[in-house]
Design a protein. Structure first.
Length: 249
């Protein structure tokens, strides 16, 4: 599936005008923010509207993680680090006791196919992706994996507030990394890089990546395709793979 830039999706859905998009792109070049963050900071649209565009364009459902009844059985199926890296949160298991059982996962980037394939392989359940806002996903991770209170989780995962535009003669304001860091339950340590997968997912969500697949995405997709093939041929079982991962980790 070809990925469109977030600006194109916003225009197609009428969430912003061409003038607003051009102003956002101009501001993005000056501040080096991601486009979605720039538009939200300018007050052009909200985080919720951004998520709705993704959901409508991909014909997926949305989920409000502040209102849904989260099932601990679903939470326990994925590790916190995996959820943080891929900006997703498992919130329920549908069809319990039936052959149609599936894991419901809230995602800020529902086109992160390698993450979906990894979940399906490691859990043995098909994934039903739902679109949620970045701050709601981060808040749910903080609350259910890191035991933060609802108020603390909401405060630490709060989306960026609108800011007035900067004059052209002022130095660029580097906002992208601050936004990622403020939502991260563990502050980045000096000398350590932000997760490549997390950066890729957020870059696509906020319109800073090209439409084509990256080398890392191709590698991940091929890796999980190989694991599924090995499993089908009886060379390796899912339990053997997980046991090996546990030994390495």
């Amino acid at each position: 599936m070809a990925r469109k830039r977030i600006g194109e999706l916003l225009l197609e859905r009428g969430a912003i005008s061409k003038t607003q998009l051009e102003a956002g792109l101009a501001a993005q070049k000056r501040t080096r923010q991601r486009l979605g963050v720039t538009l939200i900071s300018q007050g052009v649209l909200t985080e919720v509207q951004l998520a709705q565009v993704l959901a409508q364009s991909l014909n997926l459902g949305t989920v409000d993680l502040t209102q849904v009844q989260v099932e601990w059985a679903a939470v326990h199926m994925l590790r916190d680090r995996f959820c943080e890296t891929h900006e997703l949160f498992p919130f329920a298991i549908d069809g319990k006791g039936t052959k149609e059982k599936k894991l419901l996962v809230a995602m800020s980037d529902p086109l992160n196919q390698p993450a979906i394939e990894e979940i399906e392989f490691t859990t043995g359940l098909p994934v039903a992706p739902y679109v949620s806002t970045h701050s709601q996903v981060r808040g749910a991770i903080l609350r259910y994996y890191h035991k933060a209170s609802p108020a603390e989780a909401a405060a630490r995962a709060r989306p960026p507030a609108p800011i007035p535009p900067q004059p052209d003669d002022e130095p660029p304001v580097m906002m992208g990394e601050e936004i990622i860091s403020s939502a991260n339950p563990m502050p980045p340590q000096p000398g350590k890089k932000t997760s490549t997968s997390m950066s890729r997912d957020l870059d696509f969500l906020f319109g800073a990546r090209p439409d084509e697949e990256t080398d890392v995405e191709k590698l991940e997709r091929r890796f999980w395709a190989l694991l599924r093939l090995l499993q089908r041929k009886g060379v390796m079982t899912r339990d053997e793979f997980l046991a090996e991962v546990d030994r390495e980790g």
